[in-house]
Design a protein around this ligand. Structure first.
Ligand SMILES: *[C@@H]1O[C@H](CO)[C@@H](O)[C@H](O)[C@H]1NC(C)=O
Ligand SMILES: *[C@@H]1O[C@H](CO)[C@@H](O)[C@H](O)[C@H]1NC(C)=O
Ligand SMILES: *[C@@H]1O[C@H](CO)[C@@H](O)[C@H](O)[C@H]1NC(C)=O
Ligand SMILES: *[C@@H]1O[C@H](CO)[C@@H](O)[C@H](O)[C@H]1NC(C)=O
Ligand SMILES: *[C@@H]1O[C@H](CO)[C@@H](O)[C@H](O)[C@H]1NC(C)=O
Length: 615
């Protein structure tokens, strides 16, 4: 009797405290709204239950309680922030030109501005698009691709072309490639938004983000759509792994590998991303890195519990990727001085109090689109090299999309790893690799032009024209095609004149594809501006950002100095596949200034800084 009433009391306490929020607005759901959601069967898709937040708790896997004021912000299935107001025609249709005519087809614009071919970047290695895509996967998702492959497969039929959800890429009759193939249409769908699921009556399309909006190593610790979580060993703070011929892998299982041929022994990493080759590689390394951190923490703190080790290792792993993103990846692309000037990076090595209590974790819609620019510098062919840099064989990168099996065969991962930091990225704003332009999803689609889709998505997401972002970023007015010549080479301006009637018609993506790159940078300035803007929002809005001294379980100053040793070279030396030599900045090619050195010369984390002293 007594026991029963106590249990009853506990239940009630829980019911009172767990709070339900609208995923779209982030506001609390009232009891009458709750009933309405139940009645129209949208409760799970449109709302989220958040357990009470504690100020002192660690980062949650699901991103909730990052903002104490807006506890559901930062979780999966949230809207994005729009840097500039949306531009649609008639509410939710693709924008038209200033004159009212439809814009030219995305495929026509892509083929006119970017030729198909091979090129080499003078500075960057293929680790730049590689890590770039992995890092994007931490805050963004590819669920739109799944949607047209699995659910809406009729977009190129007559019926499909009338379907609002379909947004196929129509191929012009005189297309340089497909005039010979007879292919007139490539599958693509509209992004799924809160309007589609009936979660809001707000008329402006709000695409859904299905990853947590902070850099928290989602590809390792939480999976998009919340479908699976990595499994802990419950001993020594480690994650479950699979050892095969001495190589450590994330556990394999069914996962999402629709392109995996039914070949015995091929791997599909269950609960981890199997989408793109470089993402698969970084996922393998960061899973191993978690266990590497756990084992080293256990050495200096044999008395620690499984939980203590697990949470500390996870915290360091996440801090490590945050440091790598800002101080190595972004610093390589834009220069450290530029980052310091715009407030993205700190000049000093000490703590940085970055938190703005008014901000909350949310990435921008512009970020999701412009990030696709990195497709231009992605090499379609991955060179597979031995430890001395000698050519062994090569691999077409798109062949491994949704098919992680290739990584686990033979010594493929060893050779791909060497290729990652030795091979050049492709040259920026020159052209695009033919595989990305025509064969984006081999084994799954007959033809896919990833780059055309990037431009088309730019329109489907309702982004404003390029010139509006130049105004936002640089306070510069562009009224005529001549005005564009400051930012875009003359020969490209003349192509743009043929494609667009008015400079105010030019798509943002088309502007980024043609923009001149500044002397000390490796990416177009407007792209840099929009990346910095979104990442800066994360830094200000993430209560657990690693550089803060006042976050829960913050690093000591000495520990922070160890985390600042994070680099791709350090990661590869610690957990890479047979890496013995690497250049200090593995995002930049090997050169006199950036020579190949033995791993002994790459600074290592000193775990003694985590040893708990007896008091
Ligand atoms: C797509 O299809 C799968 C499998 O039939 C289903 O579970 C899922 O809900 C569908 N997705 C959408 C957005 O309709
Ligand atoms: C379902 O109910 C919620 C809460 O009232 C409302 O916001 C939403 O628009 C409704 N959805 C549909 C499809 O009627
Ligand atoms: C994947 O995650 C689920 C829990 O979400 C778990 O039950 C399952 O064991 C995991 N699979 C592997 C291979 O770790
Ligand atoms: C890539 O896949 C295609 C089609 O499945 C196949 O014909 C080709 O041999 C593969 N190429 C490489 C380099 O693996
Ligand atoms: C579009 O999808 C349909 C259905 O899956 C498929 O038959 C067709 O080949 C696809 N089109 C292209 C160009 O890949």
């Amino acid at each position: 009797m007594m026991l029963k009433s106590i249990v009853g009391l506990l239940c009630c306490v829980q019911v009172i405290y767990a709070v339900r929020y609208h995923r779209f607005s982030g506001e609390r759901v009232t009891p009458s709204e709750l009933e309405a959601y139940r009645a129209n069967n949208t409760l799970a898709k449109c709302t989220i239950d958040v357990q009470p937040c504690k100020k002192s708790e660690r980062r949650r896997l699901d991103g909730s309680c990052n903002s104490l004021k807006n506890p559901s912000r930062g979780t999966v299935t949230v809207p994005h922030h729009r840097v500039l107001p949306a531009a649609y025609d008639n509410g939710n249709q693709e924008r038209k030109s200033v004159s009212g005519k439809p814009l030219k087809l995305p495929r026509e614009i892509r083929t006119a501005l970017l030729c198909e071919g091979i090129s080499n970047n003078d500075f960057l290695t293929s680790a730049v698009p590689g890590f770039g895509i992995f890092s994007f996967g931490d805050v963004g998702t590819v669920h739109d691709i799944k949607f047209f492959m699995d659910n809406k497969t009729d977009c190129c039929t007559e019926k499909g072309q009338k379907d609002f959800l379909c947004a196929p890429n129509i191929i012009p009759e005189d297309d340089p490639v497909h005039r010979f193939s007879g292919i007139r249409c490539m599958n693509l769908t509209r992004p799924l938004d809160f309007q589609y699921f009936g979660c809001t009556k707000d008329p402006v399309p709000a695409p859904i983000e299905e990853a947590t909006s902070v850099y928290d190593l989602s590809p390792i610790y939480i999976i998009e759509d919340n479908v699976g979580v990595p499994v802990r060993t419950n001993k020594g703070g480690e994650l479950v792994v699979e050892v095969d011929n001495g190589i450590v892998w994330p556990p394999s299982g069914k996962g999402y590998c629709p392109a995996t041929p039914a070949k015995a022994g091929q791997k599909c990493f269950e609960n981890y991303s199997n989408a793109l080759l470089p993402v698969q590689m970084f996922a393998v390394w960061f899973v191993r890195h978690h266990n590497y951190l756990a084992q080293n923490l256990a050495k200096v703190n044999p008395q620690w519990s499984d939980d203590q080790i697990y949470f500390t290792a996870r915290d360091i792993n996440i801090a490590y990727v945050q440091e790598m993103l800002v101080y190595q990846f972004m610093a390589t692309l834009l220069g450290k001085d530029d980052l310091v000037k715009s407030g993205l990076a700190s000049k000093s090595k000490g703590f940085r109090e970055t938190y703005d209590p008014q901000a909350y974790p949310q990435i921008t819609l512009e970020f999701v689109i412009v990030y696709r620019w990195f497709h231009l510098i992605q090499n379609g062919v991955a060179k597979m090299l031995d430890g001395e840099g000698n050519y062994v064989k090569e691999h077409r990168v798109v062949n491994s999309t949704f098919n992680a099996g290739f990584l686990g065969e033979d010594d493929n991962i060893v050779y791909l790893t060497q290729g990652l930091f030795r091979q050049e990225a492709a040259r920026a704003n020159t052209g695009v690799h033919p595989d990305l332009a025509e064969l984006g999803l081999p084994n799954l689609q007959l033809a896919t032009d990833i780059i055309t889709s990037d431009l088309h998505k730019n329109r489907l997401f309702g982004l404003r024209p390029y010139v509006d972002y130049v105004k936002f970023c640089f306070d510069e007015d562009i009224e005529s095609f001549e005005d564009l010549e400051k930012r875009i080479p003359v020969e490209k301006v003349s192509i743009l004149r043929d494609l667009y009637e008015d400079p105010k018609d030019i798509d943002l993506m088309a502007g980024l594809w043609t923009e001149k790159i500044n002397k000390n940078a490796h990416i177009p300035p407007t792209l840099g501006c929009l990346l910095k803007d979104s990442i800066h929002r994360t830094i200000k809005g993430d209560r657990h950002w690693y550089e803060r001294s006042d976050r829960p379980h913050a690093f000591t100053h000495a520990q922070l100095q160890e985390v600042r040793k994070a680099s791709l070279a350090n990661l590869l030396c610690a957990v890479g596949d047979k890496v013995e030599k690497v250049q200090k900045n593995a995002f930049l090619q090997i050169s006199k200034k950036n020579p190949l050195v033995s791993c002994d010369k790459i600074p290592k984390i000193n775990f003694k800084k985590w040893a708990q002293k007896c008091t």
